[in-house]
Each structure stands twice: as C-alpha cells, then as structure tokens.
Design a protein around this ligand. Structure first.
Ligand code: ACM
Ligand code: ZN
Length: 792
C-alpha cells in the first residue's frame, strides 16, 4: 500500500513538473497536459503535406542547427501514422493561422492551415529543452511532455517595422530580423525603405536613387541637433534581386513584407538624386554649418544644390504636389515596388510633411486653386488620394501614418496611428482599418532601461509598459473595435547604427508585444509572463541574440513621504538570490569608498535633506550590472501636495504632477524623459500646498529647450502666493532663461522677490506658443518641458 501511494505521488509530481516547464511565448490559447513524454532522436522523420513543406524545412534546419539532429523529410502519402515521426498536416480550421499540436507517446502532429502549421512549429521548438551556456559539449535529451495545444492569434496584423534609411542594415541581418519576427509568431515586416538620409531600394528606371540617394557624406555626432559631423560616408541599398530573395525568405516563414515608399515628406534622398521632385530645385539643402560634412560643404561650394541629409529631424524640402512629374515619378517607382512585393499592402508614409514650401510654390498653389483645395492639408490629402487610386488600380491597399487623416482620409486607406491612439480612434470611427503603433509604448527606439548609457531618441518604454498595452482603445465600441487590425512596434534607427543595437532595442520587448498581439486578452498575466520570460532569456542566449538585460535593472521609484516631509527612494530588483547595497552622502561631498562600505538595502530610504545616493545589485558577494544613482535637491516644495490645472500630454506624463516636486532636477536631458512633464502648446499651471505658512523668496522652474525636437523654453514664469489656496497675488514674473548645460539644453527660470509668507504657491509656466517660421516644426505647437519647481 505504501508503495502504491508513493508511486501515485511521484506520478503526480512528474505531471506537475511538466506543467511547470511549459513556458511558451506568446502564451497559447489552450494547453492540455497528458502524461508521459516523447523524445526526438537523430534521423527523425518529418512527414509533411505539400503545402507545409517550408514549415518542415524550417523545423529540420532548426533541429540541425541547434541540436545537431538530422531529419529525413518525406511528403505525406496519406498513409497511417508511424512511430518516431513528426507530422505536419494541412487541415480545415475555423480561424486563420490556427493550429493544433499533439504530442503523443509515439509521434507529434501539427495540424492547421498552412500558416498555422508554421506557427505551431514555433511552439514546438519552444517545447524543446534549452541547454545552458557552456564551453563543454553537452548531451541533451530532446524530451517533450505529452500534451495538446490549441492555438490561434488574437489579431490578424502583428507587425514589426525597421527603418533602414537612417542606418542601412545588411541583407543577412534583415533575414535575422525576419527570423525574430517568425520566432515570435508575428506576421508582418514593415520595411521603411526611403528616408531623408538614404534611399535603399534599387529602382531600375531611376538609377540615381541609389547611385546618389543611397549615400551620405557624414552623420551628426551624438543626439540631434548634434555636436558636429563624423565626416564618414554611410550608405547602401538593396538590389531588386536581393529584395526578391528576402521576400521569398519572409514568405517561407509566413511573413508578409509591407514596403514603405515615403511621400510627400522625408524625401531628401530622392530629391538629392532627382532635384526636379522638389518645389525649389535651385535652393540648397539646409544642413547647419557646424553639422555638415566637409565633403558636402565642398560640393555646395562647387554649386551642388541638393544633398542627402546628414542630420535628423524633419525637413521642409518635400515632394512638389503641384508638379505632374512628381506623380509620374512616384507611379514609376510604385510600379517596380509592386512588382517586387506580392503582399496586398503598400505603405506611403505621409507623416511629418511640413507645408512651408507648398505655401510659397507657384505649382502647388495653382494645383490648390484648380482642385479647389482650401489649405495645404487638403493638398496633402489630394496627394495621398491620387496615389491611393493608383495603388488600388493595381490591386493593392494603401497604408499611411495618421497624418493622412488631416485634410480628409483617402477612401480605402488603412491608418497607422503613431502620434498616440487618437488618429486610430478617429479612423476606426470613420470605418477605416487601423494598425496601432503609438509612440508610447511601442516605439522600440525609446529606451527600455532607465539607466541607458547609449544615446537613444528619448522616451522610456520598458517591457512592463509594452506588455500592459491593449491595441483596442476603450473609446471604441465593439463594432468600431473590429477595425483594429492589430499593432506594430516601430524601430527608427537614428541612434541605432548596427545590427547588435537593433537586437538590443528589440529584445525582449518583442516577446511582450508578441503576447499582446497573439494571446487572448483574458490570458494576459504579467506574473506568468515573467516566469516564461526567464526561459525566453535562455532561448535568446541559445540563439546568440543580443537582448537587453534592463528587466533585471534596479527599479528606483520616488514617492512622497507619508507626511509630505521629503520623499522616499524605493528600490526593487528582479535578480534572483541577490541583494541591494547602497551608499548616500550629502550633495556636494565626494565619496571615495564606493560600494565596499555600502549599507544593505532593507527598506525604502527616506530622503529629507539634499543628498546623492547610489545603489547596486550584489550577487554572491559581487556587484553586478550598472549602479543607479540619484541626486536629490530638497527644498520647501519637495514632496508637497501639488495640483495641475491641465494635465501633461500622455506622451510625456512623467510620474504625474509629483514629478515637479520630487526633488529631482534633470541632469541628462531627454535621455531621462520620465523626469519631465511635457505640454504640447499649453501652459503648465501648478498649485503647491506647503502644508504650513512658510517664508519664501525665490522660485526656480527647471526646464529644457531643444528646438530641433520642437521643445521650446518657456515664454515666462509667473509666481503667485495665497494663504487659502483660492485668492492668489502675483509676486513676480520673469522672461529670463538661463542655460544650465549647453549640450543638453537644460535651463532654468528664476523668479526672486522680497521674502514673503505663504501656504500656497501658484506657478504659471507659459508655453512659447507656435513655432516660428524657419525653425523645425514651424507653425506647429511648441512643446514645453518642465522637470522641477524649486522653492527657497
Ligand atoms: C513617425 O514616427 N514619424 C511615423
Ligand atoms: Zn510645389
């Protein structure tokens, strides 16, 4: 009896451990565990239906490459099932890309539609054990638990984008990128091919697009607007033969490539090749004197008008919408593009097209009159609608960035909503299909670590935020929600110069996105995902992928102290069996002892005087990873209650209103965007409750100015005081902006006055307003970035 009980316990335990080991990303719809297991051996047979041939080849190559298993591939003859065989069989399914995976004692079967079988193969390879990294040869048994998985995707469009215009990426890496898309059960690759800084696709009718447009003589150094030119030629392009090869490579993994031919903006590389495309062929390309390369300076001196851009940002020099030759050119280009890409979508960009040149171009103005267009937005709409007609005639559907809503949406266009979700919501309500790509949280060029030490474009989109994303906005009812095809992460490469950094920015956020897009909403479970993510990291190591380890960073948060006296620095780490050590010393003091004499972090740290703190993760007595450090400048406003009259933009929400009184003055510019509140076109108006009557004589507002990114210094700062929080009296106003750190463009504005008693302080920081002519973003609303209000 005893023996039987023992066996029963063991049996249950083994089922339990298998259940524990199923760590698949994205989480399947349903997993039913069986008992027992199946072991893959060398000389494995893979029997496939003709339509599943590429799935069979993928599986065979994967097993060979990673496990040295040789497979024998045989096309199915419809005979019975043998032992020791994997079957890939096409069958009827209710949902596109659905599959069922059955692991039995003697064989494994994946049934589904063609795409579904391939997705099922991705699940199967995640059921295989992942060897730990070791220099020693290892013998691993490829044992898979018996189970049945039923699975299908939540969204039809699961996309990933790559900008190869800012930095060219070689063909081999494009294939590796496609592999990553496939391994995460994603199905669209949005290939952003032309940019201001480089045209990347061979067009036989217009050879100069790649002879001239694919190369630039230099690139700015550092974050835009830059500190100079690197004077290094950068460029490259894909030949049509290479593109055909890549399209086939993607198709074999059931990935559709969406080519983007950007128009009418971001077109400087094309204009450099064919200046007639510009409204003003005789005007020189504007690159600031201290940012242009020596070679291009020389070309300009020799009379060259148009250049491939060497700086980032948005350029006024765009395709002329009045000139018929522009449309003839674009139709010729699209003819060749359409012949190369069999998918049904063609992306035509449409974003960030300044209207300055159109306003002063006779051809564009004539077009507006003849077409009865009331403004330049309607001219852009005319442009896109005309191209849409052409694309539709060729049997393709147009996709554009959400600016294509302005001036009227092309009748059948799909909108990619990138400036938040508003564009997508509007389009869905107009019964247009939508792909969600909001900057927050699916721009993967934003950093995923708060301690990022490489240059990124700014913004902070950690994996938690990506995982929490739901592409269906709550503003849509069930009928409208049907227009959301899915979502996509975008990877712009201004600050991503090589494949290794692409992987570093992409992974592991792609894992989170894949689950957002594939798994049923009700299966979403961050804690469960975290467990599976740990296994995914092992796979990433196994695949030799250069993934970010930001997930393990110390997460430092600042919260108000309970009695509003100071703030609390709270530290957390996901690193197993580790502890945190920290040091702190008064601001201004030098500490030379490092972490050797650090204290063990056991509870959040109360900060009520100005200090510098730093913390690091300790594992087995050794410090690992990068330390986090924080300077706190404690003043009369720190940790106090604060109310904003109008909320900050959802794109730059910081940590809420508290951001302005958390004792942190930004020292890293846009790299630490979490430290700012951003206001688009509006003022920042704050009321701070000091808790008791205090003597004050100075209020300093800390801000940033980066006109290249449309961020302007405040126009004025005015300070008011009040005893009751209702009736306020002005005590001073300033329009004097003091630069703190030139390279970072951080600055402050100080309002000083005779010492006054007050309990409440109101601060109105006024927005610059409209961006003046001649500056990037001219005519648009300026951004106002405020990081701290300091009261002394
Ligand atoms: C975009 O990020 N400009 C679409
Ligand atoms: Zn024009």
């Amino acid at each position: 009896m005893m023996r039987i009980i023992l066996l029963a316990t063991l049996f249950m335990f083994s089922v339990y451990t298998y259940a524990q080991e199923i760590k698949i990303i994205p989480q399947p719809v349903e997993i039913k565990m069986g008992s027992g297991s199946y072991t893959i051996k060398n000389q494995l047979q893979i029997v496939y239906d003709a339509k599943a041939k590429s799935s069979a080849e993928f599986l065979s190559q994967y097993l060979n490459r990673f496990y040295k298993v040789n497979c024998k591939l045989t096309e199915s003859s419809g005979q019975g099932r043998d032992a020791k065989t994997i079957y890939l069989l096409v069958g009827a399914v209710d949902k596109k890309e659905a599959y069922q995976l059955d692991v039995k004692q003697n064989n494994i079967t994946i049934t589904g539609d063609e795409e579904g079988i391939f997705r099922g193969v991705q699940t199967l390879i995640q059921l295989l054990p992942v060897p730990v990294q070791s220099s020693q040869p290892q013998i691993i048994k490829l044992t898979i638990p018996q189970l049945t998985i039923t699975d299908y995707p939540r969204f039809a469009y699961r996309g990933l984008h790559l900008d190869v215009g800012r930095h060219f990426m070689p063909v081999d890496f494009i294939k590796k990128y496609i592999d990553f898309i496939a391994l995460h059960k994603m199905n669209y690759f949005h290939w952003h091919l032309p940019e201001d800084q480089g045209w990347r696709i061979q067009i036989k009718k217009y050879p100069k697009l790649t002879e001239v447009g694919a190369w630039r003589n230099g690139t700015i150094i550092g974050r835009y607007p830059g500190t100079g030119s690197d004077n290094t030629i950068h460029g490259g392009f894909y030949t049509q033969e290479e593109i055909k090869d890549i399209v086939k490579y993607a198709a074999d993994q059931y990935i559709t490539i969406v080519p983007e031919i950007e128009m009418p903006g971001h077109s400087n590389a094309a204009i450099a090749a064919y200046p007639f495309l510009s409204c003003f062929p005789e005007e020189q390309t504007k690159i600031p004197a201290n940012m242009i390369s020596k070679a291009s300076t020389q070309l300009q001196e020799e009379g060259r008008k148009k250049l491939v851009l060497e700086t980032w940002g948005v350029s006024d020099d765009v395709f002329c919408a009045g000139n018929e030759e522009t449309f003839a050119f674009l139709q010729d280009v699209l003819d060749e593009v359409i012949a190369l890409f069999p998918g049904k979508y063609i992306h035509v960009g449409g974003d960030e097209c300044p209207k300055e040149n159109w306003k002063r171009c006779d051809n564009c103005q004539t077009r507006m009159k003849s077409e009865k267009l009331k403004d330049e937005h309607e001219l852009q709409s005319y442009f896109i609608q005309r191209i849409e007609k052409y694309i539709n005639k060729k049997g393709k559907t147009l996709i554009g960035w959400d600016e294509i809503l302005e001036g009227g949406l092309a009748p059948k266009a799909i909108v990619m909503s990138w400036r938040g979700e508003a564009g997508g919501i509007t389009a869905a309500k107009q019964k247009h299909e939508v792909i969600m790509t909001p900057g927050n949280p699916v721009y993967f060029d934003h950093s995923q670590s708060e301690n990022e030490d490489s240059v990124t474009i700014g913004g902070y989109n950690p994996i938690e935020k990506v995982y929490a994303y739901n592409p269906v906005p709550k503003e849509l009812n069930a009928d409208e929600a049907k227009y959301i095809l899915g979502a996509q992460a975008n990877l712009w490469t201004e600050y991503i110069k090589n494949p290794k950094k692409v992987e570093y920015m992409l992974l592991p956020r792609l894992s989170a996105l894949s689950e957002v897009l594939w798994s049923p909403l009700e299966k979403k479970d961050w804690k469960g995902f975290e467990k599976r993510l740990t296994e995914q990291f092992k796979r990433y190591d196994f695949w030799k992928a250069n993934y970010s380890k930001a997930y393990f960073d110390i997460k430092a948060t600042i919260i108000p102290a309970t009695d509003n006296k100071g703030v609390i620095w709270k530290l957390e780490s996901k690193q197993n069996s580790s502890s945190i050590k920290y040091i702190s010393h008064s601001a201004g003091m030098i500490n030379s002892s490092g972490f050797a004499n650090g204290k063990d972090y056991t509870t959040p740290i109360l900060v009520n005087s100005s200090m510098i703190t730093a913390a690091i993760i300790m594992q087995n007595g050794k410090a690992i990873g990068n330390p986090v450090s924080q300077t706190f400048i404690i003043n009369k406003a720190t940790g106090k209650k604060i109310f904003l009259a109008g909320e900050a933009s959802p794109n730059y929400p910081g940590d809420g209103a508290f951001t302005l009184v958390n004792g942190v003055q930004n020292e890293k510019g846009l790299a630490k965007s979490k430290e700012f509140l951003g206001f688009s076109g509006s003022n920042c108006e704050a009321i701070i409750n000091l808790d008791s009557i205090q003597l004050i004589k100075k209020v300093t507002v800390h801000t940033i100015r980066q006109t290249g990114s449309w961020i302007w210094r405040p126009l004025t700062v005015e300070v008011f005081i009040s005893d009751n929080g209702k009736d306020f009296t002005s005590v001073g106003l300033t329009d004097d902006f003091i630069v703190k750190k030139a390279g970072l463009e951080t600055g402050k504005m100080i309002v000083s006055f005779d010492e006054r008693e007050t309990k409440f302080i109101k601060v109105i920081v006024t927005n610059w307003g409209e961006i003046p002519a001649g500056d990037p973003g001219a005519g648009k609303k300026a951004w106002l970035f405020v990081d701290e209000i300091e009261v002394n």
